[in-house]
Design a protein around this ligand. Structure first.
Ligand SMILES: [Zn+2]
Ligand SMILES: [Zn+2]
Length: 325
C-alpha cells in the first residue's frame, strides 16, 4: 500500500464556484457550462463497487463521462471504514486523488470490543492509519448508537454486523472511546445515530456527546433521520456540528426528514449518499453512489426554497469547514 496518489484526469477541470471558461471573447466555441464541484461526504466505496461489480477506475471514468454535459462535477468522496477488518479494503481507495477516508467502528460492530481490545485494535490501528495517511484520513467514524437495527435479531445477526440485541452498553462505550480519540487526534467526528422509535438512542447520544465532546468539536451527524427536537438540540449544543442528508429526504415517506431540512440553516448541512444504501428518487432500489448527490441537492433546494446552485455552493463550503476538503 503506497501513499502516492493516482491522478484520474477530469474531463472538465472543475473550479468550484467559478466558471470553467476564461473570458476569451474571440473563441468560436460555445461557452462551457459553469461547473459546481460537489463532495459526497459519506459513502462506503468498497460496498458500492462490490455491488456494482466494478473497479474504482472504471466507475469514476463512467461518472466523468456522464457529467461532461452537466453543470455539476464530483470533486471528492469521503469513504468510510466501519470496522478494523475492512479498514484495509477502504484504505486502498486513498491512492486516488479525489478520495479521502474516515475510519472507526460502526455501532453495529461495537460488540466486538472490550476495553483492552479497543485500545490495542482500534486506538492503535487508527493512530497508525493517520500516521500513514496524514492528509487523507480526515475523521474518526462512523461511530455512535444504533438501537434501530439491533432491536431486530434477524437484521442484527446479518453477516455485516456483530450485534446481539443487548449491545447498547457496548455501543455507548465504543462511541465514547472514539469521541476521546477524535479529540486526542484533533480530527472531526462522524456520528451515526439511529433511534428505535422510543427516543432512547437520541437521548443517550446527546448525553454522551455533551459529556465527552468539546463544544468546538467538528461533528458530522450523518444520514440524519431523527426528530426535529434531536436536530435542534444537536445544532444548539455544538456550533461546529453539521447534519448530513441522504436520499432519504427524496423519499415519499421522508416528510419528517424534509421538515428537519426545512428548519436547518443551509450552512449547517452536508450532502452525502451513504451509498450503497438509501439511493435517492429516481434511483430507489438501485445501488446509491456518489454521482447521485445532485438529486439530493435538488430536493434540499426545493424544500428550502433556494436555488440548487446555492445549495451546492454553501454545502461545498460547509464540507471545507468540517473536513478541510
Ligand atoms: Zn451510518
Ligand atoms: Zn455509513
Amino acid at each position: 500500500m503506497t501513499t502516492t496518489t493516482t491522478r484520474i484526469p477530469l474531463r472538465t477541470k472543475v473550479n468550484a464556484l467559478s466558471s470553467s471558461s476564461t473570458s476569451d471573447l474571440r473563441t468560436t466555441n460555445p461557452p462551457s457550462t459553469i461547473k459546481y464541484g460537489y463532495v459526497d461526504t459519506h459513502a462506503h466505496l468498497e460496498m458500492i463497487l462490490e455491488k456494482l461489480d466494478t473497479k474504482y477506475e472504471h466507475w469514476i471514468e463512467s461518472v466523468r463521462e456522464k457529467e461532461s454535459e452537466q453543470m455539476y462535477s464530483l470533486e471528492s468522496i469521503l469513504t468510510i471504514g466501519c470496522k478494523p477488518e475492512n479498514w484495509r479494503k477502504v484504505e486502498h481507495f486513498l491512492q486516488f486523488e479525489e478520495v479521502y477516508g474516515a475510519f472507526g467502528v460502526h455501532p453495529l460492530n461495537a460488540n466486538a470490543f472490550e476495553e483492552n481490545t479497543f485500545s490495542t485494535t482500534v486506538s492503535d490501528g487508527l493512530k497508525a492509519l493517520h500516521k500513514k495517511y496524514p492528509g487523507k484520513m480526515k475523521a474518526i467514524g462512523e461511530c455512535g448508537l444504533d438501537y434501530y437495527v439491533c432491536q431486530d435479531p434477524d437484521v442484527a445477526n446479518a453477516k455485516e454486523w456483530v450485534c446481539p440485541v443487548d449491545c447498547r452498553e457496548h455501543q455507548q462505550f465504543v462511541f465514547k472511546e472514539q469521541i476521546l480519540l477524535a479529540k486526542e487526534m484533533n480530527l472531526p467526528l462522524v456520528v451515526h445515530a439511529r433511534d428505535a422509535g422510543d427516543g432512547d438512542a437520541e437521548s443517550d447520544c446527546l448525553d454522551i456527546m455533551r459529556k465527552h465532546c468539546d463544544a468546538s468539536q467538528k461533528i458530522h451527524v450523518h444520514c440524519f433521520t431523527g426528530t426535529t427536537s434531536f436536530a435542534q438540540e444537536l445544532l444548539q449544543s455544538f456550533p461546529n456540528l453539521k447534519l448530513g442528508f441522504t436520499g432519504v429526504c427524496t423519499f415519499k415517506n421522508g416528510s419528517n426528514v424534509r421538515e428537519v431540512v426545512r428548519m436547518t440553516d443551509l450552512n449547517r448541512i452536508l450532502l452525502e449518499t451513504d451509498g450503497p444504501f438509501m439511493a435517492p428518487v429516481p434511483f430507489r432500489g438501485k445501488v446509491a453512489e456518489p454521482s447521485m448527490v445532485p438529486h439530493i441537492a435538488e430536493i434540499i433546494a426545493t424544500v428550502k426554497k433556494s436555488t440548487v446552485e446555492d445549495v451546492f455552493e454553501v454545502c461545498r463550503e460547509n464540507t471545507r469547514e468540517v473536513y478541510g476538503i
